[in-house]
Design a protein around this ligand. Structure first.
Ligand code: FAD
Length: 511
């Protein structure tokens, strides 16, 4: 079937990748792995990608969901990152209009008007110049009256005005899914719920990996000329499967977000808030909800669901209540929360917020390529650099020639879609009532295998509905059970797993 990307496609892909030698095997189906798969497949490489859980189930569904230039990195002097991120914003705006929604971001200024506004103006000017920002997205400075007419809930004492500029809001998990589907359309063999447990070797070199299919537990050997480790927070664990880790290591930092009903924090645009330790944090409206984040603290090891502490939640609520005193948010107002881990490269002596967000390719003695660091916003450029290197290896070691130029900046992410109508941006939906046909098309076209895949990552109902998607749970389970032929045991398990997920996100605030 045209556009089909179902569990049947997945099984066929696993069989196909075990039957031939791939040019490239990618481990990890977050935005980094998906971006690499798309770029490589479009250059004509024979590509396979395996993801241990669901696509985007790691950091790539736990971000702040901004496609942004990262104004704050100017203060760290990281001009290259700011320039690249700001320019990538424009590329994504062009190739994925429905996933890059321009939203004003308001930066309130307090204290001396001259000092605050001059510093912000200079910063924004530099940012806009480095990023070649479009005329219609250039910043504006606002008086106190103008600021309060836009955001009347702001703390008024010592308010001296605001700056406003445009950032793009995205749905991180959908960006991954669209990239995965685009890679598949270009010929890449993609499979979720298939994790790498070991490597294949020819003398000392890696020549593939052992892949375990999660539901059956069966192993298959995938031969590949080049293997890329794009496992985000798990990069060092996977390097560990290859042998002793030498050189640079990851430094994981945790960021959490909380979600509250918009009626409790009725803001019209993204508002930048200062935390008590002088970090930047955001309040971001999305449909009927507003989410707030993020924190930045060290985390010892990779985890599927990093722990969210009461202290994390209170830190964010305290920031909101200082910025919007009348909101008086308490932990009981939190309807959901999520945590993600930044897969950064360790820099001696730097605090979590100071560590560079730049990416780097690490080459192991066995030939394994690992990609660490980076941002959602810069994923396309990261992928380009990785595939440039992979193409060089394929040429030098295997005599295979592929294009040395990426074409991902010019091709729409969704085939033929250059729509300028951003009002259809599906991720800002307010209506989460799914028809049976909605669920079925996700099963047929988005490789949904569990209830959580659908309610958490394909639709975000778990986070952005007041009832965390529980109102539609029965209907979704019923449609999936009919489609897959699940027995009562499996149905019960799916329901339990989903309830546990919801409880987990609520318990952090309430228990
Ligand atoms: P992941 O998304 O974690 O993907 C790695 C995948 O590898 C996982 O799905 C995992 O299951 C899989 N895997 C692990 N081991 C194996 C194995 N053995 N076999 C197969 N698969 C395996 N960036 C922005 O541009 N804008 C933002 O607003 C922003 N906000 C952020 C906020 C927070 C709190 C955090 C933590 C990050 C934020 N980032 C943001 C950064 C961005 O989210 C990350 O850089 C990006 O998502 C990392 O993607 P990844 O694919 O490298 O890792």
């Amino acid at each position: 079937m045209e556009g089909s990307f179902s569990h049947k496609t997945r099984l066929a892909n696993l069989t196909a990748m075990a039957a031939e030698t791939m040019d490239l095997l990618i481990i990890g189906g977050g935005i980094t792995g998906a971006g690499i798969a798309r770029d490589a497949a479009l250059r004509g490489l024979r590509v396979a990608l395996v993801e241990q859980r669901d696509f985007a189930s790691g950091t790539s569904s736990r971000s702040t969901k901004l496609i942004h230039g990262g104004l704050r990195y100017l203060r760290q002097g990281n001009f290259r990152l700011v320039r690249e991120a700001a320019r990538e914003r424009s590329v994504l705006y062009r190739i994925a209009p429905y996933l890059t929604l321009p939203v004003p971001l308001l930066v309130p200024l307090y204290g001396s008007k001259v000092v605050g506004s001059t510093t912000l103006r200079v910063g924004l000017w530099l940012y806009e110049t480095l990023g070649a920002v479009k005329k219609e997205d250039l910043h504006q400075m606002l008086s106190v009256e103008e600021t309060l007419s836009r955001e009347p809930l702001l703390q008024r004492s010592q308010l001296s005005g605001a700056g406003v500029y445009t950032e793009y809001l995205t749905d991180d998990a959908r960006l991954v899914l669209e990239t995965v589907k685009s890679a598949a359309q270009a010929g890449a063999l993609m499979a979720n719920y298939a994790g790498v447990t070991g490597f294949l070797r020819r003398s000392d070199d890696i020549c593939g990996a052992v892949v375990r299919e999660v539901f059956s537990g069966s192993d298959l050997a995938v031969q590949a000329r080049v293997v890329v480790n794009a496992t985000g927070p798990w990069v060092d664990e996977v390097r560990g499967l290859d042998g002793e880790i030498t050189g640079k290591r990851l430094h994981l930092t945790k960021g959490i977000h909380v979600v509250v009903p918009r009626e409790k924090l009725p803001i019209a645009e993204i508002v930048l808030m200062r935390t008590r330790d002088k970090r930047s944090s955001f309040a971001i409206p999305r449909g009927e909800m507003v989410y707030v984040g993020t924190t930045d603290t060290d985390y010892p090891r990779p985890a599927v669901r990093p722990e969210i502490t009461r202290e994390d939640v209170e830190y964010l609520l305290e920031t909101v209540n200082r910025t919007f005193p009348d909101a008086r948010l308490g932990v009981e107002d939190v309807s959901a929360a999520w945590a993600g881990l930044r897969p950064l490269l360790h820099q001696e002596g730097k605090s979590p917020s100071e560590i560079s967000r730049s990416d780097e390719i690490l080459i192991s003695p066995s030939g394994l390529l690992s990609i660490a660091g980076g941002k959602l916003t810069t994923y396309r450029r990261m992928a380009e650099r990785v595939v440039d290197l992979v193409s060089r290896v394929l040429k030098e070691k295997w005599g295979k020639n592929f294009s040395s130029r990426s074409c991902t900046a010019d091709l729409p992410l969704r085939d033929g879609d250059t729509s300028e109508d951003r009002s259809s941006a599906d991720f800002r939906r307010r209506d989460f009532s799914f028809t049976q046909a909605d669920v079925r098309s996700a099963l047929e076209e988005e490789m949904v295998l569990t209830v959580e895949d659908f309610l958490d990552r394909r639709t975000s109902a778990s986070l952005f509905t007041p009832d965390n998607g529980l109102g539609v749970l029965e209907q979704v389970v019923h449609t999936m059970a009919t489609y897959f032929g699940w027995d009562t045991g499996r149905v019960q398990k799916e329901v339990e797993v989903y309830h546990a997920l919801v409880q987990e996100t609520k318990a952090v605030a309430h228990g």
